[in-house]
Design a binder for this molecule. Sequence first.
Ligand SMILES: Nc1ncnc2c1ncn2[C@@H]1O[C@H](COP(=O)(O)OP(=O)(O)O[C@H]2O[C@H](CO)[C@@H](O)[C@H](O)[C@H]2O)[C@@H](O)[C@H]1O
Length: 489
Amino acid sequence: MTDTKLKILFVASEVEGFAKTGGLADVAKALPLALHEHGHDVRVMMPLYRTVKGADTAEFLCNQTMRPQSGLPEIPYSIKQLKMGGVPVYGIDSPHYFDRAGLYGEDDHAYNDNGERFAFFSLAILQSCETLDFIPDIIHCNDWHTSLVPFLLKTRYRDSGRFSHTKTILTCHNAAYQGIFEKSQLKLIPEVNSCMDHQVLENYSYINYLKAGVLYADKINAVSPNYASELLTPLGSHGMSHCFVNRIRDFEGIINGCDYNDWNPEVDPHLPQNYSSHDLSGKAVCKAKLQQEVGLAQSDKAIFGMVCRLTEQKGFNILLPALEDLLLHDIQLIIVGTGDPAITGHLRSLEQHHPDKFKFVNTYSDYLSHLVEAGADFFLMPSLFEPCGLNQLYSLAYGTLPIVRGVGGLKDTVNDYDQDNDNGNGFMFYEPEPVDLINLLRRVLLLYIERPDEIIRLKTQAMQSHFYWSESVFQYERLYAKALERYAL
Ligand SMILES: Nc1ncnc2c1ncn2[C@@H]1O[C@H](COP(=O)(O)OP(=O)(O)O[C@H]2O[C@H](CO)[C@@H](O)[C@H](O)[C@H]2O)[C@@H](O)[C@H]1O
């Protein structure tokens, strides 16, 4: 398979370097680049939001007109090209749908036409392939935003000769977000409204985009083997277990890699001093810089860090009560994140009660996310569920010991010190109970205070754990091969 060079179109709603709200963007950059390195002809397609970095200088390729069925007005848009290493990134430039302040919403409110926006994007993807004369072997879709592409290929485009050999992959980065919209948002794709398949209909008035993708994609994967197995269970599938069970023969888990071009403490330009597993002295300099940056006293106290979207998924129901206990100890805590106003309010009030120990930085900052990874001693990820998780991989690379809940990809990537002293590179608790996290945090703190040499050994060991994208690319290549074989038979 590795000798077969494929034409791959990777379609995603966000791509690191251009527009990002979370981990999907990281993967939408690193995976296409890794596939390109394996010799495939990879192109990426994304919406050209107003905020896309480089949008002003993107190369204009052509104007397009979408002519909807059923007498709706024509929709003009254009295709522009950005560059990401050797991989072309096509931006779908529709002022009507994408020239807005946010990607998916503003002021904590999702845009009320998101269903229509991403139905348009899915149609534009296929129309643009034809215009650019790039007919892919594989269209690699990601999450609900692009889940209608497999549906379109098997319905509207079924008899179109041009895509007769094109197969689709759907990667589920987070099946909690399913894209459930009123049928009225699907005026551009009326076929969905007449589709009576109960797996696509959420109910008689609503369509579930992710379910359409899971039903119609040729192959499906989750971003870790453990999350894939969770998605097959009623408890771990966000209500979609029957959909995944129905596709079990075409469904698997492939763990994300870590992009060591962006996340490597030996060369990271965000850090005041670089360091490696052979010499951790630069990490101490990063710790001092982090303390100075957020306004905490310079000291050797253990720093617990966290960078994330502030959502229920990240385990705040477990974490907030546990922090009340943790902050009674002689530690420092730094949380960087934006999101849910209720969580923001709790964190603000906790910070006011412990101003000398806890800094909550309510912002989105690449610089701070790198500095927290480098300067903290421990990284908190007590997630309720975690499809893969990337920050624990960054934490390992930076010698910052992850404290995680044993779910999803966290279980696949962190070796629990309590289970395996010799090979441990982090700490794990299992039950979604604050008391379990509190007990773990106390044990970790004791280790930090009483056995500093052991902590250094663990940090060094963590830095030697690697999750290379090239390994995951082999598995994606096998998945592509299976998708292409299935219809060649
Ligand atoms: N305030 C802030 N400032 C700077 N950077 C911030 C930030 N808040 C978040 N980030 C960054 O966003 C990314 C988050 O990635 P994750 O994989 O941990 O979570 P996410 O839930 O978004 O992704 C989903 O998709 C990914 C990719 O498949 C899965 O790993 C994951 O489990 C799944 O939930 C990291 O690069 C992080 O540094």
